[in-house]
Write a protein that binds this ligand. Structure first.
Ligand code: C5P
Ligand code: C5P
Ligand code: ZN
Length: 460
């Protein structure tokens, strides 16, 4: 066990001791896949320890929600996958709290479990679900929940930096081989559930010129390499192919990519490590950590986080079917969002690029659309900033690249500096962050963010 893991486990033990003093606990978690898996992990751990709990999911934690919580006056609140950026509010309102999170810390708290406090980076070494898994292992024998911990960090794209899970995530993965297993395979999304041609058609990371977004070209590509892609009128999925067929598709795709001007970096991304949930049924979203996390996002980001949580708690009937319906809607919204960005364009300044989705793209998914557009329409040399309308101001979502982070970019820090000057609140990670900015201050915000980022970047 690494020193960081040992230190986190030690602090988790102290948090667990505090938790055991209470019979009924308020839980607050984030609505995305990492937040939902965190919520399921802590709920199961408490249930097994005979402690009651009440769940509350929020889009983000802000002062108003902390105030509302303080009015409810729970004896103890456990925040998962959020809270680290709002410790000041939590303390000011006297909320007795355990915070199990991986966002950039702002403020202090006695029971604050966060990788940044132990020298680890919460954008790729461990997520909210992994942090909460460490807490759960101190509450009892909960190692079987490691699969949910991995689904959460995959949902937060923590594999992106190295093309696979590393550090604390890797330790959680490798220590629990009976529930979760890594597998090197084609990186495209949908291996368990989607017809092979659709898997190629919807490839966004990497973007495959000529194939991404072009259904006919994908069907043609498979026909040309002699792949019989239907069986009894049914489209075959990746898992239905033989090993020989999988190799044929992968190598033909690599060859196609080389001939069609893809960068060697992107070609390398066509094959990567995936994560299989061994106790889940083949051919379902839950078998593959990436598909599972998208299913959860499809529920949570449309205010149906409880549905996702029920799936994590084992529901394979009503909640699972509802989540599948939500997934159809989510996919359509992502495609519409990407088309909006392509059609309306992105404005470039010296140190960032931005687009404003107004009310066309829901603010809860504008960050995902910004991240995906960054691989297609966007310029990878600049961070991408997206705006979308919400009730109390503009929602801002910012996404960078590893190369920019290596040069000093820290989006969480930049957003929080600018928000301090203009009003609003922001936070997150170096490579991906978000904020709410008051109406009427968009232009000023963009200019200030552009110059703040300029001071972060070391010119190369
Ligand atoms: O709130 P949270 O920590 O869950 O969100 C992390 C966000 O950072 C996700 O939206 C994820 O897609 C993004 N991310 C990214 N690139 C990375 C790591 C994370 O865009 N390399
Ligand atoms: O919402 P979005 O996906 O853009 O969020 C990116 C990252 O920034 C996430 O980790 C999210 O939790 C964080 N965030 C934040 N404060 C906000 C909005 C987002 O810390 N006001
Ligand atoms: Zn998270």
């Amino acid at each position: 066990m690494s020193e960081t893991m040992a230190m986190m486990a030690k602090h988790a033990r102290e948090c667990a001791e505090e938790i055991r003093k209470f019979e009924e606990i308020q839980l607050v978690s984030h609505i995305d896949a990492d937040g939902i898996t965190s919520a399921a992990i802590i709920s199961k751990a408490l249930e097994r320890a005979g402690i009651g709990s009440e769940m509350m999911f929020v889009k983000q934690l802000d002062e108003a929600i902390v105030e509302k919580l303080a009015d409810m006056n729970p004896e103890l609140t456990i925040f998962t996958d959020l809270g680290s950026g709002q410790l000041e509010h939590i303390n000011n309102y006297g909320v007795h709290a355990i915070v199990s999170d991986h966002h950039r810390p702002q403020g202090e708290n006695k029971f604050h479990l966060n990788p940044h406090l132990f020298g680890a980076n919460g954008s790729y070494e461990i997520s909210g679900s992994g942090t909460t898994f460490i807490l759960a292992t101190q509450l009892g024998n909960n190692r079987d929940l490691a699969d949910l911990a991995i689904v959460g960090c995959v949902g937060d794209m923590q594999y992106r930096k190295h093309g696979k899970l590393v550090s604390l995530n890797r330790m959680i993965l490798e220590a629990n081989p009976s529930v979760i297993s890594p597998k090197k395979d084609i990186s495209l999304f949908g291996k368990q559930t989607r017809p092979v041609y659709k898997m190629i058609q919807y490839s966004s990371d990497p973007f495959i010129p000529g194939l991404t977004g072009n259904e006919d070209a994908c069907i043609d590509f498979l026909a040309k390499i002699g792949l019989q892609f239907s069986n009894d009128e049914k489209w075959r999925r990746w898992i239905d192919l033989s090993e020989e067929e999988k190799t044929r598709v992968t190598s033909s795709l690599l060859q196609y990519s080389m001939q069609n001007g893809m960068s060697s970096y992107n070609i390398g991304r066509l094959v990567s490590e995936g994560y299989i949930l061994l106790e889940e049924q083949e051919g379902t979203e839950m078998r593959d950590a990436s598909e599972y996390s998208t299913l959860l996002n499809a529920a949570g980001r449309y205010m149906k986080a409880e549905v996702g949580m029920q799936v994590c708690m084992g529901n394979r009937d009503g909640a699972y079917r509802e989540a599948q319906d939500l997934l159809q809607n989510h996919r359509k919204n992502l495609v519409d969002g990407l088309n909006f960005v392509r059609d309306n364009g992105i404005t470039e300044l010296s140190n960032l690029q931005y687009f404003d989705a107004g009310s066309v793209i829901p603010e809860t998914i504008v960050g995902i659309v910004a991240g995906m557009s960054h691989y297609s329409t966007g310029n990878r040399k600049l961070p991408i900033i997206a705006f979308a309308d919400k009730d109390d101001g503009y929602k801002v979502s910012a996404r960078g690249t590893q190369e920019l982070v290596n040069r000093g970019l820290n989006l969480a820090e930049a957003l929080s500096i600018v928000c301090q000057e203009l009003g609003g609140a922001g936070g997150g990670h170096d490579i991906a962050a978000g904020a709410t900015v008051p109406f009427g201050k968009k232009e000023e915000f963009i200019q200030k963010l552009n110059s703040t980022i300029a001071t972060q970047l070391i010119k190369t």
